[in-house]
Design a protein around this ligand. Structure first.
Ligand SMILES: Cc1ncc(COP(=O)(O)O)c(C=O)c1O
Length: 389
């Protein structure tokens, strides 16, 4: 199931990771998705207005992105519009950083578990990775002691996510500042990349400020994919203070995709400039869904541990070793399709097999409740089966 680095049959430049199946498999009880409910095109058109798009010319876009989009992102993140480069999702930003900021053999320190392409884009570009594991048992707090040990004068980039995928754990401003101080001491050439793809997916509380305002060495990535529910627009951004690096990344983007789609960027700009009306009901729904999940987990706490997320529509749970031995864990994964269930295995993100990512924002509330009941039935079936001679 997970990528096997010892496999000789895979000749791809990027490691093969079964997370790709999320694009093609969608079972009725889909608890594998990381997004909030998909926004429909009709909802978006109602927000943006068709008339505002009629005269849009479908030529190439501009190299750094549509000015209205850059201005909208800048306003939301508290930076200058010139600092923003549009990308096709945060995903393109991950690739551009791996390919252009880094050179083969450069060192990058990355906090794991993480979104597979955050790591695999670096592997594909020949970067020397230093992975610093955050632990389920420590609530996935960033381990600054281990981070410090991994930093060297050769470190070119440090990569973290906030909130992280798969766990939804946010990094506080204090932690990011401590990390920047460590980098200043040990890795003066390094930039800090903070993946903020889930930043605005809160549960109703205030949205933490973007890390882009903390320091010129910070590069931020984000998109309309998660909190806004519009991953199909394929619109994201990088925020880069350093003008030289920004120009390099813009030239790299031109060489890979020429420009973003003006239509997608105009729709995303319209969405972002009115986004509170989209985010508010989604945040209320996430809060309700998290409440349901928390109560369900409390009832399942003899069999499942969890790390409560700080943001995003996703979190990590663990099949307790005192209930599920390794054979039962394998049976659990095998049982899911029969229960119409879909979960994201921890192994995709560099975690143990017994840990899984559960997405609680994708299904409507009624569907979530039914899916959690199906998960209870699946665990019952696995453990009943286990107790048979
Ligand atoms: C942490 C993180 N970064 C980046 C991405 C890429 O998303 P997109 O390219 O749609 O913005 C994802 C998607 O799951 C993610 O979880």
């Amino acid at each position: 199931m997970a990528y096997d680095p010892t496999s000789l049959s895979w000749e791809g430049r990027f490691p093969k990771n079964e997370i790709i199946s999320l694009l093609d498999v969608n079972r009725p009880f889909n608890l594998a998705e990381s997004t909030a409910k998909d926004l429909s095109f009709g909802e978006l058109l109602d927000l943006v207005g068709l008339d505002s798009l009629r005269d849009l010319k479908l030529g190439y876009g501009s190299s750094a992105g549509l000015p209205a989009l850059r201005a909208a992102v800048a306003g939301i993140c508290g930076v200058a519009p010139e600092a923003v480069i549009s990308t096709q999702g945060t995903a393109l930003g991950l690739f551009l950083l791996a390919f252009e900021l880094c050179r083969p053999g450069d060192e990058v320190v990355i906090a794991t578990p993480c979104f597979p392409p955050s790591r695999d884009a670096l592997v594909g570009c020949g970067v020397a990775l230093r992975e610093v594991a955050q632990r389920f048992d420590e609530g996935y707090r960033l381990d600054l002691v281990h981070m410090a040990k991994a930093l060297t004068p050769g470190t070119r980039m440090v990569s973290v996510g906030s909130p992280g995928n798969p766990n939804g754990v946010r990094l506080s401003e204090g932690t990011l500042r401590e990390l920047l101080n460590l980098m200043a001491e040990r890795s003066p050439r390094a930039f800090l990349f903070v993946d903020e793809t889930y930043r605005e997916a809160t549960y109703g509380g205030p949205t933490p400020a973007s890390a882009a305002v903390l320091d010129p060495r910070v590069i931020v990535g984000g998109s309309v994919s998660k909190a806004h529910g519009a991953p199909g627009l394929r619109v994201g951004w990088l925020i880069v203070s350093d003008p030289t690096l920004r120009e390099r990344l813009t030239v790299a983007k031109m060489n890979v995709v020429i420009s973003g789609s003006p239509l997608d960027e105009a729709l995303a700009a319209g969405l972002l400039s009115r986004h509170e009306s989209v985010l508010a009901p989604r945040r209320a729904m996430l809060a309700e869904a998290l409440g349901i999940l928390g109560r369900w987990q409390a009832g399942e706490s003899a069999r499942l541990d969890w790390v409560r997320p700080d943001g995003g529509a996703l979190c990590c749970l663990r099949l307790r070793p005192d209930c599920f031995d390794d054979v039962a864990v394998a049976r659990f994964w095998a049982a899911l399709p029969g229960h119409d269930l879909q979960l994201a295995p921890g192994a995709w993100f560099g975690e143990e097999e017994r840990i899984f990512r559960l997405g609680f924002g994708y299904l409507p509330i009624g569907g979530l409740t039914e899916a959690l009941a199906a998960l209870t039935r699946a665990m019952n079936a696995v453990l009943d089966n286990d107790s048979e001679p």
